[in-house]
Design a protein around this ligand. Structure first.
Ligand code: ADP
Ligand code: MG
Length: 260
């Protein structure tokens, strides 16, 4: 909220009237003849958590990659803060720094220390001063109890630690939207929790997030909205509460049964 905004106006500007942070309209994505996403539309208001669920191959990862401009699209529009995501390369580079993304495989540079990995984006891409970024990095590392690994190399970290560093690295860019694609899928069970807890905390701090996950307990706790995908279409769009207590379709019901 702008500082000079008067409280009466602010109270009226609820999520329904605000421009959504992300707006997807009639998105189509195909690989050759294979249509992977068919007429996908949804809006993500600021501060909300959307969880994408659906069977393997339903198009979740493809959708996430489209949102981050990593894929060309065959139809429809994706707007972030009212600006098209599929703009020129230059526009896109700026936009991408505002959308953080973490994948299943921790993509830290093995030849750089934790600190060097984290500082790379803010200093090289965002051209921020190292002296300004470092205190922020140190705060975030302390938050995730990894300060002592500041000068360690990725190989010295566990999978769960690497994923938390990958998340910290994305957060140090001050993103307004975070995309998570199965970030705990390749972790040992005992490391899953520490990563999920970090994501739960981000949700509590009102980070806008789109999350693909197989962790149903977590999904249930974190989801404001669930989008259930099958064969590239949104089969259900429900509040997290409704989806998990009474899914509307047999497909979603059997999906939930298969996950429990
Ligand atoms: P999910 O993440 O839900 O498991 P994906 O988005 O990975 O699903 O895949 C959706 C469909 O798109 C699958 O049929 C998959 O085989 C296909 N697909 C994904 N990536 C590619 C690609 N680079 N080239 C061709 N087909 C792809
Ligand atoms: Mg996937």
């Amino acid at each position: 909220m702008a500082e000079n905004e008067n409280p009466a106006t602010a109270a009226n500007s609820n999520a329904a009237t605000e421009t959504p942070l992300l707006s997807v309209k009639h998105l189509r994505k195909a690989y050759g003849d294979h249509e992977v996403l068919k007429d996908i539309s949804f809006d993500v208001p600021r501060g909300k958590v959307f969880v994408l669920l659906g069977p393997s191959g339903s198009g979740k990862s493809t959708l996430i990659r489209c949102l981050n401009g990593l894929e060309t699209i065959q139809g429809g529009t994706i707007e972030f803060k009212g600006r098209p995501v599929s703009g020129t390369e230059k526009e896109w580079r700026k936009l991408r720094t505002e959308i953080g993304m973490v994948f299943q495989s921790y993509d830290l540079f093995p030849n750089l220390t934790v600190a060097q990995n984290i500082l790379l984006g803010p200093t090289k891409v965002q051209k921020r001063d190292k002296s300004e970024v470092e205190p922020q990095m140190d705060r975030l590392l302390a938050d995730v109890q990894l300060s002592e690994y500041r000068n360690a190399y990725p190989r010295e970290l566990s999978g769960g630690q690497k994923q938390r560093i990958a998340i910290v690295r994305a957060l140090t860019m001050n993103p307004e939207l975070m995309l998570f694609d199965e970030v705990t899928a390749s972790l040992d069970p005992e490391m899953v929790r520490e990563v999920l807890e970090l994501m739960l905390r981000l949700a509590k701090e009102h980070m806008t997030m789109i999350v693909v996950t197989h962790e149903m307990e977590f999904a249930r706790r974190v989801a404001d909205t669930v989008l259930f995908l099958e064969n590239g279409v949104i089969l259900e769009r429900q509040s997290g509460e409704d989806f998990f207590t009474h899914p509307a379709t047999d497909r979603a019901r059997s999906f939930l049964d298969s996950m429990s």
